[in-house]
Design a protein around this ligand. Structure first.
Ligand SMILES: *[C@@H]1O[C@H](CO)[C@@H](O)[C@H](O)[C@H]1NC(C)=O
Ligand SMILES: *[C@@H]1O[C@H](CO)[C@@H](O)[C@H](O)[C@H]1NC(C)=O
Ligand SMILES: *[C@@H]1O[C@H](CO)[C@@H](O)[C@H](O)[C@H]1NC(C)=O
Ligand SMILES: *[C@@H]1O[C@H](CO)[C@@H](O)[C@H](O)[C@H]1NC(C)=O
Ligand SMILES: *[C@@H]1O[C@H](CO)[C@@H](O)[C@H](O)[C@H]1NC(C)=O
Length: 613
């Protein structure tokens, strides 16, 4: 007995650890059914269990192409197709989607389409004939699944995807943004590095792209092998092997950001370490300038430890000039080791009304053809499911079902939780049995089209007495229209009586398996969530402390930006174009009229493509 309990506990632990491992590092090789481990020790799995629909394809260009990019999945039907990946609700993830066209269709015509995340518009994907394209963001999962969807936006341009990577991030990381928003990645660089830095050098498999010198920039190599990188955002030690500097203090470093052309709220993190032991006569001190104004107190990198600076609560665009400028007393020019550039998305949606999602799920359980539609039913708005109409509320309601000609057969299930429905069109199917009562009590329903089905029995009084509701039901030979004599065994008196035939008892029996089907996984999910909550709570104190310890490598002092790091808390969203301004760390602007030194440009070359895998 005792041993079997121990065994059970052991099994449970194994199951939980498997679950958490899989949630923290999921690497999906789209269009493939096989698993393999690549040279970075990353384990890739095929995509069968994450997606329904689409077609596997193999690229034509395979020379020098990483294995994961040789297959892809293309979608030729429906407005939108989704991958659904189990995640821990409330945990923070890095999500990366990669697209390599490789002329798979032999048309030499790389398509353009939309990428969506959990009912949010994420990005336009413009694929390339020769290079891979990837999109990445950091966000907090607001459900038990991460849904990544592709939507066609141009005629004859079919969406496809090559790889999806989900990486769990530490709870301390990127703590200066609000879970109501996502941080969209535009750039992550290791200055002076010669190759991409990623897993296993980076525990979180962020990809740090190398940017070498050029244009008067000088590469520095670190004499130290062990560097204290214990700042909140946990950059990889490999990123501090090299740095970029200029020839003299009067020459500043201008940093390319790859930000969009319109102004957006930004979240930029810069990482610095001194590259050698300075003599007593040497000082290196510089400030961050944004469009010619100093936006930080002096930064003094320390040998052996990392200083992290985040810039938030400011908007910027591709033409914003972000530079490192030496202070007047500095004997050495500015340097930088690594940088991450994100912009803050618009507010993330909570998705369609949950009662409506439940009701649609009941229809999908009953009619399997409808299961091909995945992701949020209504959002984002141009990509709603083909057979629903939605209101334009912040939390959208489903206002119409357009299900004519879907080959639906059998009895209608109870989808009365869809109580914002105004229109139901189910004509030209093979629906049988009685018309359910609840259709007459949906408060907003005005149009009900059941023409050309196999419905039988009387029309429920809930419908016949509902003056706002217009029912059309011709083409159902066994249906007793109001006032007509019923030819079936059901007596005509029930037209105005309370009995409405066998529908209700069947409804109950068809509900039971659904409840079981939902409850069992829900219990597992619940256990996992409890474990996660315990973990999160136990590390919660660290999160607070880490914000204060933003400059862990140094003893506070002169290297703080103006203003203390924010304690988080509610933000005051202010729309900036289509993006909300949310960032939390205030920089007091401190104008200093410094002379403008010449500025080498670190904006990446467009042709500077390196393989990611
Ligand atoms: C960018 O700002 C730096 C520092 O203020 C300045 O030296 C440089 O000339 C500016 N570059 C451009 C292109 O405006
Ligand atoms: C359904 O949506 C379409 C397109 O948004 C709109 O033209 C139509 O009027 C809607 N129908 C109803 C019943 O709301
Ligand atoms: C009825 O639906 C079927 C598909 O189930 C379709 O092929 C047919 O054209 C539809 N008929 C009408 C009259 O719309
Ligand atoms: C039901 O309706 C019929 C006419 O359709 C009427 O003669 C009969 O009295 C009604 N019965 C009840 C119980 O209201
Ligand atoms: C962000 O900046 C704006 C304008 O500079 C300021 O009014 C607001 O208080 C700042 N918000 C935070 C959280 O620092």
């Amino acid at each position: 007995m005792a041993s079997s309990i121990v065994l059970l506990l052991a099994l449970l632990l194994v199951a939980l650890s498997l679950l958490s491992v899989s949630a923290n590092l999921v690497s999906i090789d789209c269009g493939s059914s096989d698993s393999f481990t690549d040279e970075n020790t990353i384990k890739w799995v095929g995509d069968d269990e994450f997606v329904s629909g689409g077609k596997s394809q193999v690229v034509q260009t395979t020379n020098g192409v990483a294995r994961v990019l040789t297959t892809l999945r293309v979608f030729s039907t429906r407005k939108r197709n989704c991958y659904s990946i189990k995640a821990e609700k409330g945990a923070q993830f890095l999500v990366r989607a990669t697209f390599f066209y490789g002329n798979y269709d032999k048309k030499s015509s790389p398509p353009e389409f939309a990428l969506l995340l959990d009912g949010n518009y994420w990005a336009d994907v413009i694929t390339s004939a020769t290079d891979l394209v990837y999109k990445e963001l950091v966000y907090v999962a607001n459900g038990d699944f991460i849904e990544i969807c592709l939507a066609q936006t141009k005629p004859n341009q079919l969406p496809f995807i090559s790889a999806i990577e989900i990486r769990g991030l530490g709870t301390d990381m990127y703590s200066h943004f609000d879970a109501k928003y996502a941080m969209v990645h535009t750039r992550r660089v290791a200055y002076g590095a010669t190759d991409n830095i990623r897993y296993p050098s980076d525990d979180y498999d962020r990809i740090w792209e190398p940017v070498e010198g050029g244009d008067g920039l000088i590469k520095l190599t670190n004499g130290l092998h062990i560097i204290d990188t214990s700042v909140p955002d946990q950059p990889p030690a490999a990123a501090f092997q090299y740095a970029i500097t200029t020839s003299q203090p009067s020459v500043s470093i201008s940093l390319g950001t790859d930000l969009p052309t319109d102004k957006v709220p930004i979240y930029i993190i810069m990482y610095f370490t001194e590259m050698s032991q300075l003599t007593t006569s040497e000082t290196r001190s510089f400030e961050i300038y944004i469009d010619g104004k100093s936006e930080s107190d002096p930064i003094v990198p320390v040998y052996g430890t990392v200083t992290e600076m985040s810039i938030t609560n400011i908007t910027a665009s591709s033409s914003t000039n972000i530079s490192l400028v030496a202070t007047a007393d500095s004997t050495l020019p500015p340097l930088i080791n690594a940088m991450e550039v994100y912009y803050v998305s618009g507010p993330l949606t909570g998705g369609t009304d949950s009662n409506d999602v439940t009701g649609l799920g009941i229809l999908q359980d009953k009619f399997s053809i409808l299961q091909e539609w995945t992701g949020d039913p209504c959002l984002p708005s141009p990509f709603t499911w083909d057979w629903v109409n939605c209101s334009s509320d912040i939390t959208p309601r489903v206002t119409a079902l357009y299900l004519s000609g879907y080959g639906l057969s059998g009895q209608l299930p109870d989808f009365s939780s869809l109580d914002a429905l105004q229109t139901i069109d189910m004509h030209n199917n093979s629906l049988g049995g009685a018309i359910p009562d609840f259709l007459g009590t949906l408060p907003k329903l005005t149009q009900l089209n059941l023409v050309d089905n196999k419905l039988s029995g009387p029309i429920p009084t809930t419908i016949s007495t509902n003056s706002k509701l217009k029912l059309v039901s011709s083409g159902n030979p066994d249906l007793c229209a109001a006032g007509a004599t019923c030819k079936t065994i059901i007596p005509a008196e029930s037209d105005n009586g309370s009995s409405t035939g066998g529908g209700s008892s069947k409804k109950k029996s068809s509900k039971l398996p659904l409840i079981i089907g939902v409850t069992v996984p829900a219990i597992i999910v619940f256990v996992v969530i409890v474990v996660i909550i315990v973990c999160v709570i136990s590390s919660g104190n660290r999160r607070r402390a880490a914000i204060a310890a933003h400059y862990a490598g140094q003893n506070g002092g002169g290297n703080m930006p103006n203003g203390q790091p924010s304690q988080g808390g509610p933000i005051d969203p202010q729309m900036v174009g289509k993006y909300a301004e949310v960032a939390m760390n205030q920089f007091e602007v401190n104008i200093q009229g410094q002379s403008a030194p010449t500025t080498p440009d670190l904006t990446p070359q467009q042709n500077e493509e390196r393989p990611l895998y």
